[in-house]
Design a protein around this ligand. Structure first.
Ligand code: SER
Length: 325
């Protein structure tokens, strides 16, 4: 029997952190998971074990790792693509120095295993946009993408030089009913559900035909747990693995939502498009990723297509949120 891991999550209040923390508590028990974030979560959402942590505070990070005898860190705290452009230096600090603080602590033996989320934003517009391979050139156009590309290389460096067992996925846009995204370019794909149910309409900040790689939250969490559980010999890439769930444009998800609402006898929603600065960011990203290395190395297989994603989102949100249309 394997020993229960002792886990610390940074950025645990975020879109992925809240859901990953719940999944890890379900898998290993509440005592195994220490959630941290730079701000306290609202009392109703506070996990049983929570500590304040600014990832730029290396002393406090080390103290928490030592005090709680942590062996595994899910380092999720980051400033995302759209918000990151407002203060590039701060974004670089949080995303790169924060990671280095975690990797240094692991090198010193304060953690055995680290998870680092990377992103489709590491790619720029000079890669093949359809089925972008893992090893396509990285020329990101945002500071977020630059910081994550640098982070991937730091991960590979700490692994090659000091044997730190750090594993990484390039998440596409993550869509889930459990939490709200913040500061990203792919956030529209969650907002669209909440606004349609609240008001019957949604104005999208991306162009109708801007196809992007996406993944349903359930698939994203499962991928994270699977890569972390894989035998060490199966992890052949120490920068990061492309992860593809599905690809769709705003117009395509809007049409699927409209069809699903019609099947439920709900009023037809209205969609409009007013692209803002985030459209240029989206336009510089791939339409889809080639994730065959993840499939071959540790068995990645997505489960949710567009229809399943929309059906599951609406089922959960309609059960929770009063529909106003
Ligand atoms: N979801 C992220 C963003 O839009 C991409 O990794 O910034």
């Amino acid at each position: 029997m394997t020993a229960t891991p002792r886990i610390l999550i940074t950025g645990a209040n975020g879109q992925i952190g809240t859901v990953l923390a719940a999944a890890l508590r379900a898998a290993h028990g509440a005592d195994a998971v220490l959630c941290t974030d730079i701000v306290a979560p609202p009392p109703a959402a506070r996990p049983s074990r929570f500590a304040l942590l600014d990832v730029l505070d290396a002393v406090r990070l080390r103290a928490l790792l030592a005090e709680h005898r942590i062996d595994t860190v899910y380092h999720l705290s980051a400033v995302l693509s759209a918000r990151g452009e407002a203060d590039p230096r701060h974004t670089w600090d949080v995303n790169v120095t924060g990671l280095l603080n975690v990797l240094e602590a692991a090198r010193e033996g304060l953690a055995d295993k680290v998870f680092f989320p990377s992103t489709i934003a590491v790619f720029g517009s000079n890669v093949p946009p359809d089925g972008t391979p893992d090893d396509a050139v990285l020329n990101p156009g945002t500071v977020y993408g630059m910081s994550k590309a640098a982070g991937e290389n730091w991960c590979a460096y700490y692994h090659a030089r000091w044997g730190v067992d750090v594993r990484s996925l390039r998440y596409p846009g993550v869509v889930g009913h459990q939490s709200q995204p913040g500061g990203g370019t792919t956030d529209y794909a969650v907002e669209i559900f909440h606004q349609v149910l609240a008001s019957g309409s949604y104005e999208c900040f991306l162009a109708a035909d801007q196809t992007l790689p996406m993944i349903y939250m359930d698939d994203a969490i499962r991928a994270t747990l699977e890569i972390m559980a894989a035998p060490v010999a199966r992890i052949r890439r120490r920068t990061s693995y492309n992860l593809q769930g599905l690809s769709f444009s705003p117009a395509e998800i809007a049409a699927e939502i409209a069809a699903a609402m019609k099947r439920r006898g709900l009023a037809a929603p209205e969609f409009s498009y007013r692209p803002d600065f985030r459209q240029a960011i989206a336009a510089s990203w791939p339409h889809s990723l080639d994730d065959r290395n993840a499939r071959q190395d540790w068995g990645w297989q997505p489960r949710f297509g567009l229809r399943e994603l929309v059906t599951d989102m609406l089922e959960h949100l309609l059960a929770r949120i009063p529909c106003h249309i």
